[in-house]
Design a protein around this ligand. Structure first.
Ligand SMILES: C[C@@](CO)(OP(=O)(O)O)[C@H](O)COP(=O)(O)OP(=O)(O)OC[C@H]1O[C@@H](n2ccc(N)nc2=O)[C@H](O)[C@@H]1O
Ligand SMILES: Nc1ncnc2c1ncn2[C@@H]1O[C@H](COP(=O)(O)OP(=O)(O)O)[C@@H](O)[C@H]1O
Length: 279
C-alpha cells in the first residue's frame, strides 16, 4: 500500500466546564465531546521518493509548513517508529478553520492512525495518544471517534453512548479564535456550570433536552456580541439550546426533531450546516 485516504470528523463540546488549572497554565476540563461525522475533512497520505513532508490543502488559511498539526504528528510518528518521513499529505478542508470544532486536532489524530496503518502498526494506540497530547490537548479524543466524557486537559477519555438522536445546526464564522485567547480571558473561578456533567449526561440519556454549557462562552460573547445574537436567533427559530463550540466562534443549536431543524435552517440568514447524531 502506498497511499491511504481517511475521514477526519469535527467535534462539538456539548458541555464544557473548566474545573481547575495546572501549574503549566493548561486548564482542567470536564467536557462531553461529540464527533461530528457530517462535517469532516478528507486526508490522503501518500508515500513519496523524497525524504520530506509536504502538505497541500483546499483551504488557503491552513498553514502548509511545520506549523500544521499534520506535520507535527507526522514528525512525532517518524521519530517514534524510527521510519524516514517521505510523505505527502493532501487535505480537503470542510471543518471551519480555527472554529472550535477541532479540525486540526482531528487531522493530527488521523495522520497518526493513517501512517500506523501504512506501516503495519509499529505503534500502539496508547503510544500514539501519549505523543499526541504533547502536540495538542484535543488530539487524543479523535483516536476513538465516539462520544466521550473528557477530563484532564484532554487526555482522560471515557467513551459514552448517547442514547438520544441529536438534530444539530452549525453556524460557522469567517474570523478565527485561538483557544489560548479564550482560556486566557475566561471568568475567574472554576466549576461554574449550574449543573454537573453527570447531570447533563443523565438528562440527555433520559431523552430530555438539557441546556448546553460552555465556560468559554462568556469571554467570547463579550468580545464578539455577534455570537450571542446568533445563539439567540437560533433559540427564536425553535432550538431548545444553543451555544458556542469550544473556543468558537462556530455556534451550534439542538432541535427536538428534523422538521424544526430544517425549518430553522430555511429561515436563518447565514450559511449553516446540518449534522445528525444517530443514537
Ligand atoms: C477549547 C477546546 C475544547 O475542546 O478546543 P477548541 O475549541 O480549541 O477546538 C480545547 O480545550 C483546546 O484544545 P487544543 O486546541 O487542542 O489546545 P492546545 O493546542 O493544546 O493548546 C492551545 C492553548 O490553549 C490553552 N489550553 C488548551 C487546552 C486546555 N485544556 N487548557 C488550556 O489552557 C493553552 O493556553 C494552550 O497553550
Ligand atoms: N491541519 C490543520 N487544519 C486547520 N488548522 C490548522 C491545522 N494545522 C494547524 N492549524 C492551525 O491551528 C489553528 C487552530 O485550528 P483548528 O484546529 O481548525 O481550530 P480549533 O483549535 O479552534 O478547533 C489555526 O489557527 C490554524 O492556523
Amino acid at each position: 500500500m502506498s497511499s491511504i485516504t481517511v475521514s477526519c470528523p469535527g467535534k462539538v463540546n456539548l458541555f464544557l466546564d473548566v474545573v481547575g488549572k495546572r501549574n503549566d497554565g493548561y486548564h482542567l476540563i470536564e467536557s462531553i465531546f461529540l464527533p461530528i461525522q457530517d462535517i469532516a475533512d478528507t486526508l490522503t497520505v501518500s508515500k513519496t521518493d523524497k525524504a520530506s513532508i509536504s502538505i497541500s490543502c483546499s483551504h488557503p488559511g491552513v498553514p502548509l509548513d511545520s506549523k500544521n498539526l499534520i506535520h507535527k504528528a507526522a514528525c512525532a510518528f517518524a521519530k517514534s517508529a524510527n521510519i524516514e518521513a517521505q510523505w505527502h499529505f493532501d487535505l480537503e478542508k470542510n471543518i471551519p478553520v480555527a472554529g472550535g470544532m477541532g479540525g486540526g486536532s482531528s487531522n493530527a489524530a488521523s495522520t497518526f492512525m493513517a501512517l500506523n496503518e501504512l506501516y503495519d502498526h509499529p505503534l500502539s494506540t496508547t503510544t500514539m495518544k501519549q505523543l499526541a497530547i504533547q502536540i495538542g490537548a484535543d488530539i487524543p479524543f479523535f483516536f476513538e471517534k465516539s462520544p466521550a466524557r473528557v477530563q484532564g486537559i484532554g487526555e482522560e477519555i471515557e467513551a459514552l453512548h448517547i442514547q438520544q438522536k441529536l438534530y444539530m445546526l452549525f453556524v460557522p464564522f469567517e474570523f478565527p479564535v485561538a483557544a489560548s485567547w479564550a482560556y486566557k480571558h475566561r471568568q475567574a473561578g472554576f466549576s461554574l456550570s449550574p449543573q454537573t456533567c453527570s447531570d447533563y449526561l443523565a438528562q440527555l440519556n433520559n431523552h430530555q433536552h438539557p441546556l448546553s454549557y460552555n465556560d468559554l462562552a462568556t469571554p467570547l460573547t463579550r468580545k464578539f456580541p455577534l455570537l450571542k445574537q446568533c445563539c439567540e436567533t437560533l433559540i427564536n427559530l425553535g432550538a431548545y439550546t444553543s451555544n458556542i463550540s469550544g473556543s468558537g466562534p462556530t455556534c451550534f443549536a439542538l432541535f427536538e426533531n428534523e422538521q424544526k431543524l430544517l425549518s430553522a435552517q430555511s429561515q436563518l440568514k447565514r450559511p449553516s450546516i446540518v449534522a445528525i447524531h444517530s443514537a
